[in-house]
Design a protein around this ligand. Sequence first.
Ligand code: URA
Length: 242
Amino acid sequence: MKKEIKKVLDDAKRYLVQQESLFGDEIILPKQSSDEPKQSPVEKNVGDEQFGVDPSWVESKTLNELETKIRNCVKCPLGKTRTNFVFGVGNPNSEIVFVGEAPGMDEDLQGEPFVGRAGQLLNQLLASVGFRRDEVYICNVLKCRPPGNRDPLPSEIEACSPYLVKQLEIIKPKLIVSLGRFPIQTLLKTNAPLSSLRGQIFEWHGIKLIATYHPAAALRNQQWKRPLFEDLRKAREILYQK
Ligand code: URA
């Protein structure tokens, strides 16, 4: 018994030392214990008829219902400049969801996430680790394209991210793969740099969450392609481990 207690304390110490070396004073791994009351992760009703959104979107039971209720959203200025609302694509029952940042030009024109160059690399990487694009689900933090592909603004993330949260709540995947810094920072509510989060497995509302590089970053910087591939391989292993 004494030995077991010592092992638990040693493990806890190792964990805290590791966390401190990664994040300083900031602790960003609040695992939800299973006996905590289960709360809907959608925190607030951003729906508002005046912004083209059916306020009952928060009660949506399916992705189709959700999309229909929010696709005319003009809650932030991107709603006025977009060509298409880019909701998400793939298997609504997928055990794995890939979350990117925001639609680019190709995605805005076609209304589908990850169809441009970054999307082609993502498709190749998915295939190389054994996933078919049509068996997984792919979406973004923002549903509308920021002009000129600039970074999403905090106000845009605040307005749009509840839709992502609702998508995840409906799909209930076993694993979320965050592509790039915006999805992981949004879901974990942290400003920690991607370099300190990448490759790690977190938990978000009882769902495993792994952070990796964005495929567009791997196109710009070839040295990130292999770690991205390794992270996707790890995602596959996590999903299919017994
Ligand atoms: N980059 C993203 O983050 N998402 C897309 O859909 C396309 C490019």
